[in-house]
Design a protein around this ligand. Structure first.
Ligand code: F3S
Length: 423
């Protein structure tokens, strides 16, 4: 791999041991991928503070855990300050509601300690899987180093910024060097569509965008689709759900919608002037199949737990939930958790939405989600969610039955304790 003089200086240890270990990792990783050089990045989204390593933090100290998990280094180095803007993604503990989550006190304290440690070293504690909803909005063409599949596909496709799906170690190294291997989605020629999808069924609401995403992800796996036949301009919320669903059923990291996403002024431009390698469609039968697959684990209609906010809810979604509750109470046999970034929670507090949800008996959660934390209300057997991603992962990760449907179906289940949704 060809390195610049400042990169060679970092590798030689002239900027300290941590940067030397970070450069060693990036060169090793880049060479394994066939990258010929590194590219500068000033936007990193990864994970540093998490109580998952609580026992290690206590027994071995923060620097040892940082060295191993953020730099893949056996040598223990002192944790340096971030060199470029770096934010913490979602973690396992809600800093306000950890007792309701069921998190042990020592884990909550460890999480707080880890956040303070990494915060003091420049890691911005956004604590969400949707950094683009709370101020981290890279511009078109900007090179980023992001983890989290739903964020990666949003970054590439909707914002036109450039990132591969990075890991804990590569984002750790990028944060202190400002470099990431130049390969994959950093390269303009790797961003063109390879597959063409003709959407024949009208797709407008959020549930339908989730179903379409689930079908598209399964069809393309890790390739890049261009969608035709979209008749309504989707919002942030709909594209967030579309990408998250496609990244769950397949490995969707990039897509194009002509006239809507920034690198697709036309279908031809999205395809880079070439013919698509494969074509597929989305109609009523595909929609039904996606719906049935997402509901495959569900049998019992008595719902114990309703989870909304995967990916984390926008303020518009929190407002919608508060409006749909409409002064009614959540059933005594059901719990309602609404997940949103901590920064949006503050807006919800000031706008009265949190109070409306809490008055109904729900909880507004931040910083985490059940799939990441593995914490749900005790005794949960049956869940309901408006998220294709959560419906894909929860049964596999936790063994619970999961109903997938619209946000209105989910609120109805929270109020009545029964699932009555359907296509
Ligand atoms: Fe975010 Fe958890 Fe869903 S990380 S995308 S809320 S599974």
């Amino acid at each position: 791999m060809k390195l610049t003089d400042p990169e060679k200086a970092m590798l030689d240890g002239r900027d300290g041991r941590a940067k030397a270990k970070a450069m060693e990792l990036l060169v090793r990783y880049g060479e394994a991928l066939g990258a010929e050089r590194l590219v500068e990045t000033r936007n990193v989204a990864g994970t540093w503070a998490t109580s998952r390593f609580m026992t290690d933090f206590v027994a071995r100290g923060m620097d040892a855990v940082y060295s191993e998990f953020n730099l893949d280094s056996d040598e223990v180095v002192a944790t340096p300050h971030a060199a470029v803007s770096s934010c913490q993604l979602i973690a396992g503990v809600d800093h306000r509601n950890w007792r309701i989550q069921g998190v042990p006190e020592e884990a909550a304290l460890a999480q707080a300690r880890a956040e303070a440690f990494f915060g003091a070293r420049g890691i911005q504690q956004l604590a969400t899987c949707t950094p683009y909803q709370v101020g981290n909005v890279p511009v078109r063409g900007e090179h980023c180093a992001w983890m989290e599949s739903s964020a990666v596909v949003y970054c590439n496709a909707v914002l036109g910024a450039r990132t591969n799906t990075e890991g804990r170690e590569s984002t750790g190294a990028a944060s202190i060097t400002g470099r990431i291997p130049y390969w994959g989605f950093h390269m303009p020629e790797r961003r063109f569509a390879t597959h063409a999808c003709e959407v024949a069924f009208p797709v407008d609401d959020m549930m339908d965008w989730g179903l379409l995403g689930y079908h598209v992800g399964e069809a393309v796996e890790e390739d890049i689709p261009v969608l035709s036949g979209i008749r309504h301009t989707p919002s942030l919320v709909k594209l967030k759900h579309f990408g998250a669903a496609g990244a769950s059923s397949g490995g969707l990291e990039m897509y194009h919608i002509p006239g809507i996403t920034p690198e697709a002024p036309t279908r031809e431009a999205a395809l880079g002037g070439k013919a698509p390698r494969e074509r597929f469609g989305y109609g009523e039968a595909e929609r039904r199949r996606a719906y049935e697959n997402l509901n495959a684990s569900a049998r019992d209609r008595d719902v114990d737990f309703v989870m909304l906010g995967c990916p984390h809810n926008s303020i518009e979604q929190v407002w919608l939930i508060a409006s749909l509750l409409d002064g009614r109470k959540v059933s005594a046999s059901t719990q309602l958790w609404v997940h949103t970034p901590s920064a949006i929670r503050q807006v919800a507090d000031r706008s009265g939405y949190t109070k409306a949800i809490e008055d109904a008996g729900g909880v507004v959660m931040s910083d985490t989600c059940p799939a990441i934390s593995r914490f749900m209300p005790k005794g949960t057997r049956v869940t309901a969610t408006d998220s294709a991603k959560q419906a894909h992962y929860l049964p596999a990760l936790t063994g619970v039955q999961t109903w997938f449907g619209s946000v209105a179906h989910c609120i109805d289940a929270a109020i009545t304790g029964r699932w009555t949704g359907g296509l």
